[in-house]
Design a protein around this ligand. Structure first.
Ligand code: GDP
Length: 194
């Protein structure tokens, strides 16, 4: 199915701690994953041009659910739980890991891409690289989105992007700022490309 290059509508469908019964209609989906506080909600809001669609908060780790948004009535944006929330107990981290793993293992009819969001200033953390390996192991189409580029000076950004590209290998890298709305169009083009 052709995926529209422009988001015309986006509505929240449901939040669920599990994927069972959630993805049964075969529509393609694009999933977003990243460390808590990396700006995942801000990214979804910027892409859909809806400020309050995905909740943004200063409290990391608030979302343990998989949230589903229907875009243009023909694809899903999937908001996976943020990981790396150090305050959570080991048990809680395991639950999160299970939610993510179960999503990745689930077989869909629809095509899909996974967007791994990194923080431009922080760079890839060990958790980020572990998740990237997990995505690779599941054979997903991966786009690495580098958010918060506004936090770096141009020269710093350039060297940081080179460093990040080295760490992630040959994956497509898209720098952007959800807050300043720069690079958002390029991000959508990259994730919807066949
Ligand atoms: P989430 O936990 O990954 O969903 O992150 P949020 O979208 O709630 O954002 C976490 C914090 O990062 C908030 O304070 C946002 O305002 C901030 N943030 C998100 N995107 C950007 C960005 O592009 N630049 C800057 N400077 N801050 C951002």
């Amino acid at each position: 199915m052709a995926i529209a290059k422009e988001i015309k509508s986006a509505v929240f469908v449901k939040g669920s701690p599990t994927i069972v019964g959630v993805f049964d209609d075969g529509l393609p989906h694009i999933a977003f994953i990243g460390r808590s506080n990396v700006g995942k909600s801000s990214t979804i809001n910027a892409l859909t041009k809806q400020k309050g669609l995905a909740k943004t908060s200063g409290a990391p780790g608030a979302t343990k659910h998989i949230n589903l948004f229907l875009v243009n009535n023909n694809l899903y944006i999937v908001d996976l739980p943020g990981y790396g929330f150090v305050k959570g107990s080991v048990g809680k981290r395991d639950v999160l890991h299970d939610v993510i793993e179960s999503y990745l293992s689930y077989r869909y009819e629809g095509e899909q891409a996974i967007v791994l969001i990194l923080d431009a200033k922080v760079g890839p953390t060990k958790d980020d690289l572990d998740i990237l390996t997990m995505l690779e192991d599941h054979g997903k189409k991966i786009v690495v989105a580098v958010n918060k580029v506004d936090r770096l000076k141009n020269s710093e950004l350039k060297s940081q992007l080179i460093k990040i590209q080295k760490a992630i290998g040959g994956h497509t890298l898209v720098p952007y700022s959800a807050e300043k709305k720069t690079g958002i169009g390029a991000l959508w083009v990259a994730v919807t490309k066949d």
